[in-house]
Design a protein around this ligand. Sequence first.
Ligand code: NAP
Length: 293
Amino acid sequence: MITLDGKNTSKDIKEELEVEVSQLLANGGKRPHLAAILVGNDGASETYIGAKVKACDKVGFESTLIRFESDVTVEELLAEIERVNENTDIDGLIVQLPLPKHIDEMKVTEAINPIKDVDGFHPTNIGRMALNLPTYLPATPAGILELLERHEVETSGKHCVVIGRSHIVGSPMSILMARNNYPGNCTVTLTHSRTINLKEITKTADILIVALGKAEFVTSDMIKDGVCIIDVGITRVKSDKTKSGWKLLGDVAFEKVKDKCSFITPVPGGVGPMTIAMLLKNTLISAKSKLGS
Ligand code: NAP
């Protein structure tokens, strides 16, 4: 079994990005600049945003964190997005999800200028992805592709089963694994909560991508020998064994399945760090496009 180590792979990518930023500056470009909007003070969102800001620092990007109280109106939020859209110094804009219930997430996503949509969630960018045109790929699926590629996992002709059909992970992942590319060229089955006989399907997977948000859902009896498992799930559970009092669990019962796998991502340290690295990569692409390079 080979661990698809997102922690170290993302470290490599960040080092590569650091070098690219130095070259960009040496060629007369400006420092890439990522803006992030955070609404409210949900603990998990604070952690994710904090990690993104820290990662910007690490690779030499500028970052701006824009905070709003949870009772912000849609109009106030859209007005801020418009300001960032028009600010030529800012290359990328992300809005940390989830947003409070009174805010329509799609309306907010659609308000972001697609050329600054480094999360890759805008309908224009999703459409370009589906057509295999150059675009910002959604960060988590892009991170998974990068992990597969850097570990030279064979994908052509394989049966890839995806559990979960969210707009940010499962659905784009199914499109990307089916496209005529590497990684890709899989025969893909996209499953969800209405899927009948899920276990019969997952047992035929050569590559199993799990993104449903239920801790340790995938167990040893659901997979075949030699499967490559990508575990996207992150569930925070109480723990008396950690200093923080919390630990993170994936959607896969790692210890119980690992010996049957050819490759597997751990949680934490698998897909999570790759997501941040790909967000930075998209921001650099945006910054470079202004130089016409
Ligand atoms: P989501 O919006 O929470 O949706 C969950 C999906 O799983 C839905 O499509 C749902 O089906 C499906 N599902 C639920 N129960 C199921 C079952 N018993 N059998 C089969 N499918 C089932 O998905 P998400 O936003 O992609 O999040 C999934 C997990 O990934 C969460 O733990 C999240 O925290 C994590 N995540 C991690 C990263 C990262 O960087 N590592 C990034 C994003 C998300 P229906 O559509 O039928 O309801």
